[in-house]
Ligand binder design. Structure first.
Ligand SMILES: *[C@@H]1O[C@H](CO)[C@@H](O)[C@H](O)[C@H]1NC(C)=O
Length: 200
């Protein structure tokens, strides 16, 4: 059966449709560029997120008796730092655990602290612990630490931090700290090492 071929007037795109298409394209490109600017901006400021670190520490006392009880006194300065130029930071729920050979000695905690832009705040803790019961292996470890003149404690925990951006906005961060605090038992000096929740 032969087909009927009809030749009608060519349908032309209305200029308004073209206009709308161009406007939509411009809006889409603008959104993509804005997104990239925010993303690059975030990458640039990201290394400056609020963080916590160990600024200093000292081993004041390390004593163990034959019964296997360890007595110690350690001071630790935890620094909450906000390198941001524009926003004040709020740290909350700082909770760190100090342990020796897996034995929890102390919790270093802090509630809410405010750190202005480009400022830091030091939290000083003095841990006094008497009669931490050690098993024979742990006692050997203490003796070995004395001989080597290096003793390690573990400091582990987390803190929350937040930037206030404008009257309503905020950016939240979750900081994790996991490091070894090393001291010379002979004079109690802290052996500085990188102990920070900063990712880089
Ligand atoms: C503590 O002892 C270590 C190792 O013996 C030494 O390197 C360090 O300088 C001493 N620190 C002080 C403050 O005397």
């Amino acid at each position: 059966m032969p087909r009927t071929l009809r030749h009608g007037p060519q349908r032309r795109t209305h200029p308004l449709v073209w206009f709308l298409a161009v406007i939509c394209t411009i809006i889409a490109v603008a959104i993509i560029i804005a997104g990239m600017v925010v993303f690059v901006g975030y990458l640039v400021i990201h290394p400056r997120v609020p963080f916590i670190s160990v600024a200093n520490a000292h081993l004041h006392l390390l004593d163990n008796d034959l019964a296997g009880l360890l007595q110690t006194q350690i001071s630790v300065t935890v620094r909450a730092e906000n390198d941001n130029q524009k926003a004040d930071a709020t740290f909350s729920d700082i909770r760190l655990t100090l342990s020796f050979q897996g034995i929890k000695i102390a919790y270093l905690v802090a509630g809410q602290i405010e750190v202005s832009k480009k400022k830091s705040m030091d939290l000083n803790y003095v841990v006094q612990s008497s009669s931490i019961p050690l098993n024979p292996d742990q006692m050997d470890e203490v003796d070995f630490s004395r001989k080597r003149n290096v003793i390690s404690f573990e400091l582990k925990g987390s803190a929350r931090a937040m930037w206030r951006v404008g009257p309503l906005g905020s950016v939240k961060f979750w900081n994790h700290l996991n490091c070894m605090l090393k001291f010379h038992p002979s004079n109690g000096t802290y052996i500085h090492s990188r102990c920070s929740s900063k990712s880089k």
